[in-house]
Design a protein around this ligand. Structure first.
Ligand code: ZN
Ligand code: ZN
Length: 395
């Protein structure tokens, strides 16, 4: 296990302001999934200036930078996601989003800035770097769309990557602290639409129509009951209906109603089982109300992030080496999802978490207009990331 020498440490300290400025630049110019054009251009420019081999347009708007160290070693990938969310920022800062309705509210601006700076540090000391570092800048994480086309484009095969690592910033942990968890660590996510079709009519004569609103309401409540009755108590599943639409007026029974929701699990077996049951159940309940319902699962969803045991232990040791044992923790199960899972299905690795909680005591949840990061967490992520990459490249 290597110590981050004073020289490497200086590289981090020297770049601290640049790292924050870079994050703010991405924050000011957020772009939605698969529309990360300026972002991709900025990444490619920086990597090219650092003399990495750069490939753009990978998985539509993704960028890959390959850095060959001068010493023999292994081939290790670092993955960062680069997209923003459809939200309007509520904070008042000079670097707030310049695009109404689009905001970096998950920290991907920080992930991108850390990964670029990490690549630049390795490039600056290329003579001491063993092996080959592959920097994967993935688009469209927020719609679980970017990992798959990048893998299909061969980012793990040319060159052949031995292991893959990455981090997610979190406002649920204090600055200075990182955590990781072996095995299942972030939930799977699946999204569904249920369209309930009945027969519209006058609100005064429900017996002459087939009311899709009442049917949909019972499907909604019933789906929650189904999760509690059909998932073993020691397993986990969370179902949320986030959208319920139908009708136009107080006294008109509409012809249809729509529910949209998501399902999260950790165990692939539970995921398959509960998806099948929900599909059948929606139809069964609808029939009880003389309506029809079709539950449709959208795309393939996102599988559980499963960290590999050996590589997670390796990241823990490397992180302790970088920031000390008091700052490295066993991670909790995270109910959010991330398509880093797809990379980890193909290569061993670990996705770990880095604290960026602001100190004002207010919640700054991810995916909310009031999301805010404590930028003091950025150099911590960089420090741990650099140590992990150096250790992994040396093998
Ligand atoms: Zn997110
Ligand atoms: Zn995220």
């Amino acid at each position: 296990m290597s110590k981050t020498t004073p020289e490497w440490s200086q590289e981090i300290d020297r770049r601290r302001d640049g790292l924050v400025a870079l994050r703010r630049d991405f924050h000011r110019h957020p772009e939605l999934s698969f529309a990360e054009r300026r972002t991709a251009e900025s990444i490619a420019e920086r990597l090219t200036a650092a003399q990495l081999e750069v490939r753009t347009g990978i998985g539509r708007t993704g960028v890959v930078g390959v850095l060959h160290g001068d010493r023999p070693g292994r081939t290790v990938a670092w993955r960062a996601d680069i997209d923003a969310l459809p939200l309007t920022e509520s904070l008042d800062q000079p670097f707030v989003s310049g695009t109404t309705g689009v905001m970096h509210a998950c920290g991907h601006d920080g992930h991108t800035a850390i990964a670029i700076t990490l690549a630049e540090i390795l490039a600056a000391r290329r003579r001491e770097v063993p092996g080959t570092a592959v920097f994967i800048f993935q688009p469209a994480e927020e719609v679980f769309g970017g990992a798959k086309p990048m893998i299909e484009a061969g980012v793990l095969d040319r060159p052949r990557v031995d292991e893959i690592y990455g981090l997610h910033l979190t406002t649920q942990a204090a600055v200075g602290h990182v955590s990781m968890r072996p095995g299942p660590s972030m939930a799977s996510a699946d999204f569904f639409d249920v369209e309930v079709v009945g027969q519209g009519g006058h609100g005064a004569y429900p017996h002459l129509s087939m009311d899709p609103i009442t049917a949909a309401a019972n499907i909604l409540v019933g789906m929650q009951n189904l999760v509690s009755r059909e998932v073993a108590a020691q397993e986990t599943a969370v179902l949320t209906v986030g959208q319920f639409t139908g009708g136009t007026k107080h006294n008109i029974i509409p012809a249809s109603a729509v529910l949209r929701g998501s399902l999260r699990t950790f165990n692939p077996r539970v995921r398959t089982q509960i998806k099948e049951r929900l599909t059948a159940y929606a139809g069964d309940i609808a029939r009880a109300y003389r309506t029809q319902a079709r539950l449709v699962w959208i795309d393939e969803g996102c599988p559980t992030v499963v960290n590999h045991e050996k590589e997670t232990d390796f990241v823990r040791r490397s992180a302790i080496d970088a920031i000390g044992p008091d700052h490295v923790h066993d991670g909790d199960l995270v109910m959010a999802s991330d398509d880093m899972s797809l990379f980890l299905q193909v290569r061993p690795g670990c996705y770990f978490r880095v604290g960026i909680a602001p100190t004002d005591g207010k919640p700054h949840p991810h995916h909310a207009p009031e999301f805010e990061m404590n930028e003091d967490g950025l150099p911590v992520g960089l420090r741990v990331g650099l140590n992990v990459m150096l250790d992994a490249l040396r093998g």
